[in-house]
Design a protein around this ligand. Structure first.
Ligand code: NAG
Ligand code: NAG
Ligand code: NAG
Ligand code: NAG
Ligand code: NAG
Length: 659
């Protein structure tokens, strides 16, 4: 009576598994069978899970990029597509926002509800799927600093992603909190986790630090996690440089599947082939043309060649979601522009859109799996797409200019310093420095004359707006070419001319935006030195170094945003930097929507205190996705921090504009 068991279990577990075919069982239940004797094993003739053949058809879904109210929906869509497994990374920077302060969903930070990893794994379990987990601690993922916490950068000479004890001691402390969650949900203990990755694309670092990979593996083992361990790299590029003896190598690529898989097979002839990242689409950089897109036909053709190679695969991404708030990362390049920040949307041109809608790629995978899957399982019903609504335009209600904001920065987020400090070295956040947002360097009573020259020694990371007595004097960023000028990261020791009445003292403000820390690169290229703000100073006026700064951390945390007072009516001549406010009512159950920022300049949007993300009118992304659960029935507040020129209203859209 196995079928009866299957249906009952499915119904209890998800409420959505149905029994149209009495012989099919859900994935996890099939592999668990009547007793669990062994976990995942990679043999010459394929993968075996609990002594049954397994071809891994998996999809990447990052819980930290999807509102938790939608986890079940997205997981059900993985099942309905015919995949057998979910894959996720784990972001250290969110789980340990301050050293020794851990958040696995129980914190009171903006992202806390997104961080209940235990609940996410439980959802995968209830959906009767398997789970591949990639805890990093470095994850790349087009995520701020590749998931590393910025407070690591307070440690002088730290060598992240190596066996440097200054770094590994921090990894160990974090993994001591994280790994019990993973250990508990291992397949051999009745959970869905069948495999765990060591580091991430370590072959791309140019390092050959096996000691570090061994340290990670041994840390897992000491927590009772015994695999299956794997590494992932692009074989045609990195060979087995990121590999460790006895650990399964997997491949990451987008094109030329036979070429990449042949290299993998040569490196590792006695193991089944697995593509850990088959890049279903790609991500976007600000100021970079159009939204990435690969046709469904081309995508399908390559996936078919992977399946028939034959190889297992994980679609990267199945569903990208959103890099909310300040969480999008950046790439480094050797030629102009040397720093390329990524957009807020992580749509990724994936089988599900950023808002969870089906695409042609989804159907393509479904059809291929119907045709080729060696074993069929009971799938979830495909959930319906949510309705997307364009709410009516909302006028702006109030504004706070930079001075009004600075006056309300908590004393604890304000530092007086003789010399310029980067964000990370501000003695705030219980000694953890500033991680994200903007930093304001203020010099009171500065001597500035007509045609004074302001020079910043070193670099601004990543963009600066200069104000004298509250009036901005720098050009808004309207073209890529401008990045070569004063005020942007590209040029070191850049200077500009200031003009002010010489007889009176002035207030000089340099507002610097952290546009996202680089998440990928070789270790010897220096790109993991991602300190933000002014790096390194000093700042000179007419050749004389300025000392005695007041430095304000503008972090835009929820509690602070909700405490702001003194809102002024919005006047027609409103100019950035400014925080503006709008209130709107949602009469019935909220719906998914998009905020259209096409008529704005550059900045960040906050909805009911939650950081939705960055926007920028050079695109390609123009709209910000708002998942319905971030809205409330009743009054909602939108705050927009605009660096340049605000629009006069907040405009919604029922469809995304990603460029
Ligand atoms: C498992 O895979 C092996 C090797 O491909 C095959 O010979 C065998 O028939 C498969 N077993 C089942 C039960 O499908
Ligand atoms: C920092 O300096 C400002 C003015 O220069 C002063 O008003 C303030 O009290 C100082 N703060 C601290 C903590 O010393
Ligand atoms: C920038 O200025 C500093 C201090 O004067 C100097 O040491 C450095 O060489 C300069 N860098 C460049 C690229 O000119
Ligand atoms: C908004 O969402 C609710 C609840 O999901 C749904 O019932 C309703 O039809 C949606 N509204 C519109 C206009 O689609
Ligand atoms: C956004 C904005 O108004 N920027 C202005 C700042 O000041 C410079 C110099 O006066 C102007 O050119 C910018 O347009």
């Amino acid at each position: 009576m196995l079928w009866l068991l299957a249906c009952t279990f499915g119904l209890v577990a998800t409420g959505s598994v149905h029994c149209q075919d009495e012989e099919l069982q859900p994935v996890l239940q099939y592999y668990q069978g009547s007793s669990i004797d062994s976990g995942l094993v990679a043999d010459a003739d394929g993968f075996h899970l609990n002594n049954k053949n397994l071809t891994i058809f998996s999809g990447a879904l990052h819980y930290f990029r999807v509102h938790p109210s939608y986890w079940e929906d997205r997981i059900a869509k993985i099942s309905a597509m015919g995949l057998v497994a979910v894959e996720t990374y784990v972001p250290w920077n969110l789980h340990e926002p301050e050293e020794g302060v851990y958040d696995f969903g129980d914190g009171d930070r903006e992202f806390s509800p997104f961080l209940d990893l235990d609940l996410f794994i439980q959802k995968v379990y209830e959906a009767n799927l398997l789970l591949l987990i990639r805890p990093g601690p470095y994850i790349c993922a087009e995520w701020e600093f590749g998931g590393l916490p910025s407070w690591l950068l307070r440690i002088p000479d730290i060598k992240v992603r190596t066996s440097d004890e200054k770094y590994t001691s921090k990894v160990k402390a974090y993994f001591d909190k994280l790994l019990p969650i993973i250990a508990k949900w291992q397949f051999i203990k009745g959970g869905p986790i069948i495999a765990v990755q060591l580091e991430n694309e370590y072959g791309g670092t140019g390092a050959n630090d096996k000691e570090y990979l061994e340290f990670l593996r041994d840390l897992y083992i000491s927590h009772g996690i015994d695999g299956l361990f794997f590494t992932s790299d692009t074989p045609g590029r990195s060979g087995d440089r990121g590999a460790l003896d006895g650990v399964l190598q997997t491949a990451n690529f987008k094109f030329f599947p036979e070429v990449q898989l042949n290299v993998l097979r040569e490196l590792q002839p006695d193991k089944p082939a697995m593509v850990m990242e088959y890049w279903a689409g790609w991500y976007d950089h600000w100021m970079n043309g159009r939204h990435a897109s690969t046709s469904a036909a081309r995508f399908r053709n390559i996936l078919e060649r992977i399946i028939t190679y034959p190889a297992s695969f994980n679609l990267y991404m199945f569903h990208g979601g959103t890099s909310f708030g300040f969480m999008s990362g950046a790439n480094a390049a050797s030629s102009f522009p040397t720093y390329k920040p990524q957009v807020t949307s992580y749509d990724y041109d994936a089988p599900l859109t950023e808002a969870g809608d089906y695409t042609d790629k989804y159907t393509a995978v479904q059809e291929l799996l119907d045709q080729y899957a060696p074993k069929k399982f009971l799938k979830a019903d495909a959930p319906k797409e949510t309705t997307k609504v364009a709410y009516p335009d909302v006028p702006l209600l109030g504004q706070l200019n930079l001075d009004d904001l600075v006056a309300q920065v908590d004393a604890g987020d304000c530092v007086n310093a003789t010399d310029i400090l980067t964000m990370e070295f501000l003695d705030i956040n219980n000694g953890n420095g500033q991680s994200y947002g903007f930093v304001l360097y203020r010099k009171n009573a500065a001597t500035i004359g007509e045609n004074s020259v302001l020079q910043i020694i070193g670099h601004v990371r990543d963009l600066a707006v200069v104000l004298i007595d509250g009036e901005n004097i720098t050009e808004p960023l309207t073209s890529k070419e401008q990045l070569k000028n004063f005020g942007f990261w590209e040029q070191s020791n850049a200077s500009t001319t200031l003009s002010a009445e010489a007889s009176v003292p002035h207030t000089l403000d340099i507002l610097v935006e952290n546009w996202g820390r680089v998440n990928y690169g070789r270790l010897d290229s220096g790109v993991f030195d991602q300190r933000k703000g002014i790096v390194s100073g000093p700042v000179l006026i007419d050749g004389t170094a300025i000392s005695d700064w007041q430095i304000f951390a503008l972090q835009f945390k929820k509690k602070w945003l909700q405490s702001l007072t003194g809102w002024q009516p919005v006047d027609d001549s409103v100019r950035g930097p400014v925080l503006v406010r709008a209130i709107f009512d949602v009469d019935s159950a909220p719906n998914d929507t998009f905020i259209d920022m096409s008529d704005w300049g550059k900045g960040s949007v906050f909805l009911n205190g939650f950081p939705l993300g960055r926007y920028f009118n050079l695109g390609p992304q123009r709209t910000l996705y708002v998942p319905a659960p971030l809205l409330v029935q009743g009054s909602n507040e939108v705050l927009i921090f605009e660096l340049y020129t605000p629009s006069t209203k907040v405009v919604f859209s029922d469809s995304p504009i990603l460029g």
